[in-house]
Ligand binder design. Structure first.
Ligand SMILES: Cc1cc2nc3c(=O)[nH]c(=O)nc-3n(C[C@H](O)[C@H](O)[C@H](O)COP(=O)(O)OP(=O)(O)OC[C@H]3O[C@@H](n4cnc5c(N)ncnc54)[C@H](O)[C@@H]3O)c2cc1C
Ligand code: SF4
Length: 325
């Protein structure tokens, strides 16, 4: 049996101190971490339980909504303000996991959750993300759930979070406490593509904690939607998902932001594609041209080729739904 030390800080400063020697790992709801522990993944020397930190509030100002890192997924999904002003945020959370898991899981844990690549989770397989330099079993035997965007010759694992996809479409900002002070990063810059170092998934500095996620409050954000396509109606990760935020002026697109999930190694967005829709009416041709640009860099395998028509269909569907609102 592995013995791991647990520590229960009650302030952010104490938590950072407990992480400072590089041998600690933060635990929030534990819904990802305890699974990996049971699957035999390597354990840290120390778990740092964040449960007592005062980071659960949702604070609203005129310009933004700030969600404490430890707010539960259910708390955020059911917030009246988020449901009305940021529908895609609420829809993305409710499309994930189960009620019990959403009650325990936190928002920071959600955006930091580990990939569901089966070769990563099962310790018997070669996996560059779990064990750098060991190889990638998925490149030899990909499954239908692997990625088609942002892949490399070292990893093709999909980023699993639904919530992060919606956050990206809303230009969210990640607030971070490091040992030397506070910093923040747009979510668009937070994730790293696998490249040659798939074990490095994000730009969170060592011994640091996410303390809040901030969503700018803009009038145009009010027309938004999240669509998740998956193998069964609940309790299933995305085969492809789309978060879209759209504004019209005289029946033409004035602003659009769209992020994809289930198809890429990190939540995926391409501003050059979005620019093609500005000033256009939403019809089959304009949406097809948008999809061509957004998906231009896709690299498929026979096992993942179905994802291209799947995600195109989801994009058409979401834009049509928003156009009707
Ligand atoms: C059966 C099942 C089905 C699921 N289905 C879906 C789904 O359909 N869609 C979906 O999006 N998700 C799904 N999930 C994932 C679920 O949403 C995540 O497990 C959950 O959000 C993680 O939150 P947590 O607080 O439990 O994180 P933990 O397990 O406590 O931690 C996860 C990671 O986040 C890090 N972390 C936590 N808090 C912080 C912080 N403040 N700062 C820095 N690092 C931090 C931890 O160190 C760890 O690396 C599913 C999970 C399960 C078990
Ligand atoms: S795709 Fe990535 S996570 Fe999956 S086995 Fe390969 S390296 Fe590991």
């Amino acid at each position: 049996m592995t013995c791991v030390e647990w520590t229960h800080p009650s302030t952010v400063a104490q938590a950072i101190e407990a992480l400072a020697d590089g041998h600690g790992q933060a635990v929030a709801g534990g819904t990802t971490l305890l699974d990996l522990l049971k699957l035999g993944h390597e354990t840290p020397k120390r778990y740092v339980d964040l449960g007592r930190l005062p980071l659960r509030d949702i604070a609203v100002t005129q310009n933004s909504v700030s969600i404490g890192a430890l707010a539960s997924n259910s708390q955020v999904a059911n917030s009246e303000l988020l449901r009305t002003e940021f529908a895609a945020i609420s829809e993305s959370i409710l499309a994930g996991a189960s009620q019990q898991i959403r009650n325990a899981a936190t928002v920071a844990g959600n955006i930091m959750q580990a990939t569901r690549c089966p070769y990563f989770r099962t310790v018997d397989w070669a996996c560059n993300k779990r064990q750098p330099g060991s190889g990638c079993e998925a490149l030899r035997a990909a499954g239908p759930g692997h990625a088609i965007l942002g892949t490399s010759n070292h990893c093709i694992a999909v980023h699993p979070s639904d919530f992060a996809v919606a956050l990206l479409a809303f230009d969210a900002i990640v607030h971070i406490q490091t040992p030397s002070g506070r910093t923040s990063l747009p979510l668009a810059e937070f994730y790293l593509l696998p490249g040659e170092t798939p074990q490095r998934e994000n730009r969170l500095p060592p011994a640091s904690l996410i303390v809040a996620l901030e969503i700018p409050r803009k009038m145009e954000a009010r027309r938004s939607a999240y669509l998740k396509l998956r193998g069964r109606a609940s309790y299933e990760f995305a085969a492809a998902s789309v978060a879209a935020v759209l504004t019209f002026k005289e029946s033409r697109v004035a602003k659009v932001s769209m992020a994809l999930g289930g198809v890429a190694t990190a939540p995926w967005r391409k501003p050059e594609a979005e620019a093609l829709l500005i000033g256009k009416q939403l019809d089959r041709d304009s949406i097809d041209r948008f999809c061509d640009e957004l998906l231009a860099d896709a690299r498929t395998l026979p096992e993942t080729a179905h994802k291209l028509p799947l995600v195109r269909g989801a994009i058409h569907h979401v834009l049509a739904r928003l156009a009707e609102q």
